[in-house]
Design a protein around this ligand. Sequence first.
Ligand code: PRT
Ligand code: ZN
Length: 286
Amino acid sequence: MSSILRIALQKSGRLSEDSYQLFKECGIRFDYGTGKLKSVSSNFPAEFLFLRDDDIPGYVEDGVADLGIVGENVAVESTHQVETVHRLGFSKCRLSLAIPRGTDWNGIQDLDGKSIATSYPRILGDYLTYHNVSAEIHQISGSVEIAPGIGLAEAICDIVSSGSTLLSNGLKEVEVIFRSEAILIARTTLDAEKQRLLDKLLFRIKAVQAAKNNKYIVLNAPNEALEQITSLLPGMKSPSVMPLATAGWSSVHSVINENDFWENIEAIRSAGAEGILVIPIEKMIY
Ligand code: PRT
Ligand code: ZN
């Protein structure tokens, strides 16, 4: 029987849409939604299982699923042995300590002897131990932000994204203890055939991510500025340079990274480039 990868995704929540979108961009089609628990892809040897995110590391460790997508916060907090295969760059957030807005903050030692409510006792416990702080950890599974208001704890340690939940509960963020994003996790032992399928999937994921991080750029340059402009646009191997119908001018085609995009564009313009077009890339394969 030929092998099939079983991939666990969050059924419905902050990871779901981006996870589904990622597979779509990788050209892997499957149905989801309307209460489905699983779905087989119509064009890739994969079966998708739709689960609560907290259950995914356990299912991956047990071999019910071969792969899964979870927040790194969930993977690190769980005691299950799984391998982090790839960082996916979405659902970014941070796990932070927060205290009532009116309270002074001089540093982590302020929490010595205090009580802290959290759903992340392991990550918090390790952080406190590392900083030699002894505090009482109250493990609660939800609505952590109300704990100080109802007298359950003096501080909280919870996931923060925009910060508006903390704000509306009269709390202030005082220390980021962990930064998280969605990750692809795998069972620690995959047979050769499943590993081959995982490599195939990773190849596609990397092409999709590279495309998102880069843009295709086309510009016109006076020939005397070509050397300087092409050195600013190394592209994937080297830029393409073609003569324009206007004598003394060339067209340069290359790829430019999103991270230093604006600085590079300014340098290219001051070197003499004109008529710059920047075009999104759909897939990028090195
Ligand atoms: O139902 P299921 O168990 O599957 O989902 P869930 O409710 O446990 O998780 P879900 O969907 O809320 O989050 C899934 C993952 O998304 C988390 O494990 C994080 O990795 C990531 N993520 C990104 C977040 C947030 N942003 C986030 N803002 N997870 C939770 N929050 C919550 C946070 O707990 C707090 O209540 O949003 C609130 C803070 O948001 P801001 O924007 O007000 O700061
Ligand atoms: Zn959950």
